[in-house]
Structure formats: C-alpha cells, structure tokens
Write a protein that binds this ligand. Structure first.
Ligand code: GDP
Length: 300
C-alpha cells in the first residue's frame, strides 16, 4: 500500500489554506465564522458535519485563545482529526479462519470503482503472501467479469465466474465453495451495484450475503464510494447501509477531486470506518486511510 501523504497534498490543500487564512488571526466575528462554514460546505463536508466541526472549532479556538496561524493550525488539525473518528478500527479483516478463507464482499454502485478496488485489494493481499480467489458476481455489467479476471491474472489470483447474466448469488456461492476446496486464504467477491430500486438491490445483495453465509461467515463488507460525486455518494452509502451491514468504506477517485470532504460526512453520519482510499487507476493506487495523514494533506 502506498502512503497517503504526498499523494493528496497537491490537489487538496486549497481548503486547508483558506481555513487557516480565516482562523489564523483568532477572535473571529460572525461573518468570518460563516466563511469558515461556507468553506467546509464547499469542500463537501455537508451541513451536519460542517456544523459539528464549526462548533468544536469555536470551543477550541476560545479555550486555547488562539492568536497565531500556528496555533490555529494545531486547533484545526486536532478538530478535523477528531471528526474523522481516529478511534475506529480501520484494519482489513482478511486473515483466514481454521476451516475457511476470509470472505470479503465488495459492494457499491456501478462505476464507483468496485472492480478496480477488488483488483487492487487482491494485489495487496497477494503481495502480503496470501492466496486469493476472486468471485465475479457482478454479472450485470457484461465486461465486469473479464475486467476482474484480467486483474486476477495481473496479480496472481484465479477468478470464479458464471455464465453471462448468471445469478450473482450463485457465482458468489461457487467462489466461496471453490475457495474452501482450494484452501485459499481469502475470497474477494465483486458484486453488482444496480441501484435501480432499493428493493431490487436489497433482494440481490441480501441474497448474495445470505447464500455465501451458508458456507462461511462474511468478514468484511466493503462499500466503494466515488469521492467525486459528493452528496450523492452519501445517499448511496445510506441505502447500502440499510441493505447490508457495511464494515468499511473505500473512497475511490480521491485523486480526481480537490474536495474529499465526503470522508467527514461518511464518518459523521454512518460511523462506518473509511478503511481505504483509491488514488488512481493503477494497481498500486490504493492506500490505507489514515485520519492524521489525510488532515495533514488538507492543511498542506
Ligand atoms: P465498477 O463499475 O464499480 O466496478 O467500476 P470500475 O472498477 O470499472 O471503475 C470505473 C472507472 O473508474 C474505471 O475507469 C477505473 O479505472 C476508474 N477508477 C477506479 N478507481 C479509481 C481511482 O481511485 N482513481 C481514479 N482516477 N480512477 C479510478
């Protein structure tokens, strides 16, 4: 996994700069606080997490009687990190069990980067010495299974796939069965992300999970969200969270946005840890999400 810091700094620190400009002198009037709010909202933090961050900033700026840019930076850093819930466990649960592999489901709306993320994650696990099997349960998008298999060939993982428009749950079941028979360490299942109706999604994803669990417990359900779609991403997250128990979020395309504030919204509203971030289309463009490194990149 690559380091988060340095990869984000260039695009993201405009937000940090404007915040520091506003807070640096201390003693803000109401108008300046409004500007702080606007800056955070523009950075995709959304109204709820912006309100929470501003409230904490006001408290901390007052109690530490901030007068200098350095002091403001320290307050801002602490408050933003705290908003990202640094206490959450962000490790990926991919260790095998005595009698079956670790099972990871990758879910999300089509186009967010699900298949790419599954491939990148497989690469990380294989590089870590684990034997990985991929399950191409996104049978909705015609090219998805080919794309996943190509990733598998690149990183050294076999792919289990079904016939065209096969039942996703059947493919997922086959992948887990094969994973157990072959004694692999982890099975990564790429699922379909049709968000046409909530019940449709619920039926399909719910079924995948139920069927897989006939064979083995699911260790991770990773929700892939596209950081560039802002508020929409959070709506998607809410729907998925209602359908399956999400254990972690992967925020993709952070390289393609100067905002990234969606991370704060996800942490504030869902409480599910953002575990990984996607920083490009390449095999190595996946990084662990570290609140401290992320905030340092924001602050430049
Ligand atoms: P899926 O439909 O959710 O499986 O999405 P794909 O994995 O096919 O990805 C959709 C597009 O987003 C592809 O062109 C990917 O290369 C691209 N993509 C995925 N992750 C990232 C990322 O972190 N950064 C960038 N810039 N592009 C990404």
């Amino acid at each position: 996994l690559i380091r988060l810091r340095g990869r984000l700094a260039r695009s993201q620190n405009a937000v940090g700069k404007s915040l520091l400009g506003l807070l640096g002198g201390g003693d803000l009037d109401d108008e300046s606080w409004e500007e702080v709010e606007d800056t955070l909202v523009l950075a995709d933090l959304g109204t709820a997490s912006t309100a929470a961050v501003v409230a904490r900033l006001r408290e901390e700026m007052a109690s530490r009687s901030v007068r200098t840019t350095d002091a403001a930076r320290a307050v801002l850093r602490d408050v933003l990190i705290e908003a990202l819930r640094p206490e959450l466990d962000r490790s990926i649960r991919a260790l095998p069990h005595p009698d079956h592999p670790a099972i990871l489901l990758v879910v999300g709306v089509n186009g967010t980067g699900k298949t790419t993320t599954t491939g990148k994650l497989a690469r990380v696990l294989v590089a870590d010495g684990r034997r990985v099997l991929l399950g191409a349960a996104d049978t909705f998008r015609a090219a998805a299974a080919d794309q996943l298999q190509t990733w598998g060939e690149r990183v050294g993982a076999d792919t289990i796939r079904g016939k065209e428009s096969a039942d996703p749950a059947a493919v997922a079941f086959d992948a887990v069965t094969a994973g157990i028979e072959r004694g692999v360490d982890a099975v990564l299942i790429d699922t379909a992300g049709r968000l046409h109706t909530k019940t449709g999604l619920m039926d399909e994803l719910g079924k995948v999970k139920r069927v897989v669990e006939k064979k083995a417990a699911v260790d991770e359900v990773l929700l892939v969200l596209d950081a560039t779609v802002g508020q929409n991403g959070l709506m998607q997250a809410r729907v998925f969270a209602e359908v399956v128990d999400i254990s972690g979020v992967v925020l993709t395309k952070l390289d393609g946005t100067a905002k990234g504030g969606i991370v704060f919204q996800v942490q504030h509203e869902l409480g599910v840890p953002v575990k990984l971030v996607g920083l490009g289309e390449g095999a190595d463009d996946l990084a662990p999400f570290e609140p401290g490194a992320f905030v340092d990149a924001l602050l430049g």
